[in-house]
Design a binder for this molecule. Structure first.
Ligand SMILES: [Zn+2]
Length: 522
């Protein structure tokens, strides 16, 4: 099976494509609706989580993910940015792409990344390692400042909520610690030339405070409260932990880049940066019906769903049809190709499909965030040789395959979606995840069987799976599914000593009222 069709698209192929697109749309709506019904039914099970410490990406793959993160410099919006490091004559080429970015934005990122790498490589002021790390951190924070500012705003609000809770309960120690943290968040962030150094210095100071909190009782307390069973109570603590983790990840990224210059000096001798224009958005097919029986029929045309009727009837009690209808009709009308899939398609077209085409000899597509469910299934295709990060398993219904992808690719993906959806119908244990990014970059994978998901429109939302038990074959591929009944989140165990501060905890971010499913920009 090939990832691409060899000839021009015929009329019958177009019809087939439209049918497949319609089927995928209905499958996504089913999953979304079922997940929402399961949440209302409070049928979510939480399992214990162990982070994926034993299955790291290689240092070089992790470094590439940090660069992809640098390229992802806006709040929200694009689900991902992808990057590869090609081996080209006499050096390396860092090639990136993003979902739905304009040419001018891509140019800006290209310049930013070139400057960052050149600065790290040449160290023009002959700084010692620590001051160099500091300057790289400043550049990282400055380049992604809109995002950083967003984290600070969320932190400010969340800290207020946490402080209020602790004050009301007369918990003086943690109240004091949180107030101390809050005092460091409140600094002017109007970025001007004259204020620049002060702002970046304040950001750095705050990131140091996060580091200090890791080993303090505060870190443990935040972690404990984020894991409590009462979702409404846990929600703000998860949010707090998430924002702290995302800000701390800038420190990790800066350190990784400085380290890279000494680890791979050859890489920095001669390199260039390029990008692939984002794929154009396309109008999505229109939903044919929001009626439950119709949606199930379009999603599973060849299945006899009779045996699942009791399960479906049970979910109906919790608003399944209404939720499915929301999924079908309250959504974006444009589809896009996610960055990692777009990159894969590009590399296939230009025949960069051998390990030797890549600087470190591994066919890895780095991403600024873990991959979504549909990208995950796309990369599980037997014909795929590339690896990517493990998925967060959130579902973006406005996802599409590249133009010219073979129908077998979509067929394979639909098969996996059907299996996943049936599993969700029968088990009623959705995995979902408020944040679709994570601080670390542990492990990567191509083929694995996974659990469920969902998303309400294009916003990031639920479901993830990642396992400490995942088998990792040479090259970092996971080929064992995550354990069931786990809910993960991109939140940091503050008390942990993980090398990459930000492994996933069993995020209890989901409030029964569903607000966790709206997702936040990250
Ligand atoms: Zn994706």
């Amino acid at each position: 099976m090939s990832y691409r069709t060899a000839s021009n698209t015929s009329k019958s192929q177009m019809t087939k494509e439209t049918d497949q697109e319609q089927q995928l749309l209905n499958l996504c709506a089913c999953q979304g609706g079922i997940t929402a019904a399961c949440i209302t039914r409070s049928a979510i099970k939480y399992g214990s989580f162990e982070s994926n410490r034993g299955s790291s990406l290689s240092a070089f793959q992790s470094f590439q993910c940090k660069l992809a993160k640098f390229c992802h410099n806006d709040m929200g919006g694009e689900p991902n940015t992808s990057l590869v490091c090609l081996a080209v004559d006499g050096g390396a080429e860092f090639l990136f792409t993003s979902n739905s970015r304009k040419e001018t934005q891509l140019e800006e990122i290209k310049r930013g990344l070139e400057e960052l790498l050149r600065f790290a490589a040449t160290n023009p002021d002959e700084l010692k390692p620590k001051p160099l790390q500091k300057m790289i951190l400043w550049r990282f924070v400055e380049f992604g400042f809109r995002r950083v500012d967003g984290y600070f705003k969320t932190l400010s609000r969340t800290l207020d909520e946490c402080i209020h809770e602790c004050e009301s309960a007369n918990e003086s120690t943690i109240t004091k610690q949180l107030c101390e943290l809050k005092s460091r968040v409140e600094f002017p962030r109007e970025m001007t030339d004259s204020a620049r150094n002060k702002i970046l210095n304040d950001c750095e100071t705050f990131i140091k405070a996060i580091e200090a909190s890791k080993n303090s009782s505060l870190g443990g307390e935040i972690d404990r409260r984020a894991r409590q069973d009462d979702h409404d109570q846990a929600y703000k603590w998860c949010e707090l932990r998430h924002c702290l983790g995302r800000l701390y990840s800038y420190r990790q990224a800066a350190d990784a880049i400085v380290e890279a210059t000494t680890k791979w000096p050859e890489l920095f001798k001669s390199f260039k940066v390029g990008y692939i224009p984002s794929a154009k958005q396309k109008k999505a097919v229109s939903p044919m019906s929001g009626k439950l029986t119709d949606v199930l029929h379009y999603a599973f045309p060849e299945y006899d769903l009779e045996e699942f009727q009791p399960d479906i009837a049970e979910l109906q009690k919790y608003g399944l049809e209404l939720e499915i209808r929301k999924q079908m009709f309250e959504r974006n009308s444009k589809t896009s190709i996610h960055a990692e899939v777009h990159m894969h398609d590009y590399l296939s077209r230009v025949r960069k499909v051998k390990a030797s085409d890549f600087w470190d000899g591994t066919m890895f597509i780095a991403t600024s965030k873990p991959v979504c469910q549909l990208c995950h299934f796309y990369f599980q295709n037997d014909d795929n040789e590339f690896s990517v990060q493990p998925p967060h398993m959130n579902l973006y219904p406005m996802w599409r395959v590249p133009d010219g992808a073979s129908e077998e690719v979509l067929e394979d993906l639909i098969d996996r979606m059907q299996v996943n959806t049936i599993k969700l119908i029968t088990e009623k244990h959705p995995y979902y995840k408020r944040y679709d990014s994570r601080t670390d970059s542990h492990g990567c994978q191509t083929r694995a069987t996974h659990e469920t998901v969902f998303d309400r429109s294009s916003a990031p939302s639920p479901l993830d799976g990642r396992s400490a038990h995942s088998g990792v074959r040479p090259g970092g591929y996971h080929n064992v599914p995550p354990p069931p009944n786990e809910v993960f989140d991109d939140i940091i165990p503050l008390g942990s000593d993980l090398e990459d501060y930000g492994a996933v905890g069993d995020g209890r971010t989901s409030a029964p009222n569903g607000r966790s499913m709206i997702g936040v920009a990250n």
